[in-house]
Design a binder for this molecule. Structure first.
Ligand code: PLP
Length: 412
C-alpha cells in the first residue's frame, strides 16, 4: 500500500493486482488440500524453501495468502499470517515465541478468552503479570529479568480503558521487549500499532474486517521494527536468511504446520470481501456510537457511559491523539435496580448477541452473562456493575438507533 492512497482505495484494488490467471477481481477460493507439481524437483524445492509454491493447505493457500497480503497492507507490515480465529492468532505468538521460564506482562483488562489463555500459559510454565496498561508505571514495575514480551489491547472491552500505547512502545523499544498489540477493537482503519513501535499486531478478522458475522478469522502482522537476531527463542532452524522474517517463519512452521489453526479458503474469501467496506462501515457505526453515547450520557435513566469519544472519558485526549475515531463499542450503566433484560427486549433493532464489529447493533447485560461466573465481588473490583450493558453499534441509520434507545429508556 502506498502512503499516498487511502485505506479503502488500497483494499478495493488489492486482489486484482495479484495476477490470478484469467484476471478475477476477487482472489478465487482454492478449495484443495493438496497441490500437484509437474516435476518432483519443484515439490522438493518448495519443501526446502528454495522455491515459492504450495504443498498442503494447512500452511497456506493462494486465497489465504491473498488475504494475508491485504491485512499486511492495511497494517503496513513486512509480513502477515492468517489463522482460523483470532484466538488461534493470539495463541500462535504466545506458544511459539515464549517458552517455560519466560515472563509476559499483559493488560489486566483483556478479552475474557485471552485472559483464560494466559492461565493455560501459566500451566505451561510461562510467568504472567497482569497490570493496568493505562499506566506506564505499573507496566514498568512488573519488569523482571526474564520478561520477554508485553501484550495489550488498544481499547478494552467492556470498560473502554485505553492503554498508554505509545509510552509502552517507547519503553519496550528501549528495553528490547517484544511489544504485541491486539488491534481488534480499533482495526488498522482507526489505528496502526506500528506507529507506537509495536513489534507484532493481532487482529480478530471475525470482527470489523469481515463485519458480516459470517466467518471467523485472525491475523498476525510483523511491523518490521523488532530485531529478531536479539531474540533468544528463535530456533536455529529459522535463523536463516533475512532476519526480519524469522519470527513469522517460526510462527508459520511451529503453529500453522505443527498445531494447525489454519484459515479455510472459503473464510479467507469472505473476510476479503467484507474488508472492502470496513472503512465505510466503521465511519457509520463510529458516528452512531458517538451520537448514542452522547444521548445516553445526557439521559436521567443512565448512570454512566463508557465511550472514549466523550470528553469525560479518562483517556479521551489519548484516544483523540492516537485514533482516527473512537470505535463502535460503548458500555453504559442503567440507573440502579433497572431490569437490563427488559430494557434490551424493548429495543427491536438490537440483537441479543455476544460479538462485536458486526453490521447489526448487538447488546448484552454484562454481569449476568460474560462476567457471571466471576461473582459480584470480583465484578465490582473491575468495575462491572449489575446494570452494565455492552453495546456494539452496527450500521443501521443513526436516527433509528437513537429513537429506539430513547423510547426504551422512557419505558424504564
Ligand atoms: C473477539 C476478540 C478476540 C478473539 O477473536 P476470535 O476471532 O473470536 O477468536 C480477541 N481479542 C479481542 C479484543 C476480541 O474482541
Amino acid at each position: 500500500m502506498t502512503d499516498k492512497k487511502g485505506f479503502t482505495s488500497c483494499i478495493v484494488h488489492h486482489d486484482r493486482r495479484q495476477k490470478f490467471s484469467n484476471g478475477p477481481v476477487h482472489a478465487p477460493i482454492y478449495n484443495s488440500v493438496l497441490y500437484n507439481h509437474d516435476k518432483t524437483q519443484d515439490l522438493i524445492d518448495i519443501f526446502q524453501g528454495t522455491k515459492a509454491g504450495y504443498s498442503y493447505s494447512r500452511q497456506a493457500t493462494p486465497t489465504s495468502d491473498s488475504l494475508q497480503n491485504l491485512v499486511n497492507e492495511a497494517e503496513q507490515g513486512i509480513g502477515s499470517l492468517v489463522f482460523a480465529t483470532g484466538m488461534a492468532a493470539i495463541s500462535s505468538v504466545f506458544l511459539t515465541l515464549l517458552k517455560a521460564g519466560d515472563h509476559l506482562i499483559a493488560s489486566q483488562y483483556l478479552f475474557g478468552n485471552t485472559h483464560s489463555l494466559l492461565l493455560t500459559l501459566q500451566e505451561l510454565g510461562i510467568e504472567v503479570s497482569l497490570v493496568d496498561t493505562c499506566d506506564l508505571e505499573s507496566v514498568m514495575a512488573a519488569k523482571q529479568a526474564n520478561t520477554r514480551m508485553v501484550f495489550t489491547e488498544t481499547i478494552a472491552n467492556p470498560g473502554t480503558q485505553i492503554a498508554d500505547l505509545s509510552a509502552i512502545g517507547d519503553w519496550c523499544a528501549e528495553l528490547g521487549l517484544v511489544y504485541f498489540v491486539d488491534n481488534t477493537m480499533t482495526s488498522p482503519y482507526l489505528f496502526r500499532p506500528k506507529a507506537v513501535k509495536a513489534a507484532l499486531v493481532m487482529n480478530s478478522l471475525s470482527k470489523f474486517f469481515c463485519g458480516h458475522g459470517s466467518v471467523l478469522g485472525g491475523s498476525i502482522t510483523d511491523t518490521g521494527q523488532f530485531n529478531w537476531q536479539d531474540y533468544p527463542n528463535i530456533f536455529d532452524a529459522y535463523r536463516k536468511g533475512d532476519s526480519s522474517k524469522w519470527a513469522l517463519m517460526q510462527i508459520k512452521k511451529k503453529y500453522l504446520r505443527d498445531m494447525g489453526g489454519s484459515l479455510s479458503a472459503d473464510a479467507a474469501y469472505q473476510i476479503a470481501v467484507g474488508a472492502e467496506t470496513m472503512a465505510l462501515r466503521m465511519d457509520r457505526s463510529n458516528a452512531s456510537a458517538l451520537a448514542l453515547a452522547q444521548m445516553l450520557d445526557a439521559h436521567p435513566k443512565v448512570k454512566k457511559v463508557y465511550y472514549p469519544g466523550l470528553a469525560t472519558h479518562p483517556q479521551h485526549d489519548l484516544a483523540t491523539k492516537l485514533f482516527k475515531k473512537y470505535g463502535s463499542l460503548l458500555s453504559f450503566d442503567l440507573i440502579d435496580g433497572a431490569d437490563c433484560a427488559a430494557f434490551l427486549d424493548s429495543i427491536d433493532m438490537v440483537l441479543n448477541a455476544t460479538h462485536l464489529g458486526d453490521n447489526r447493533t448487538l447488546a448484552l447485560p454484562m454481569a449476568s452473562t460474560i462476567f457471571f461466573e466471576m461473582g459480584p465481588k470480583n465484578r465490582a473490583s473491575i468495575g462491572i456493575g449489575d446494570t452494565m450493558i455492552r453495546c456494539s453499534v452496527g450500521i443501521e441509520e443513526t436516527d433509528d438507533l437513537l429513537s429506539e434507545f430513547s423510547a426504551a429508556l422512557e419505558q424504564l
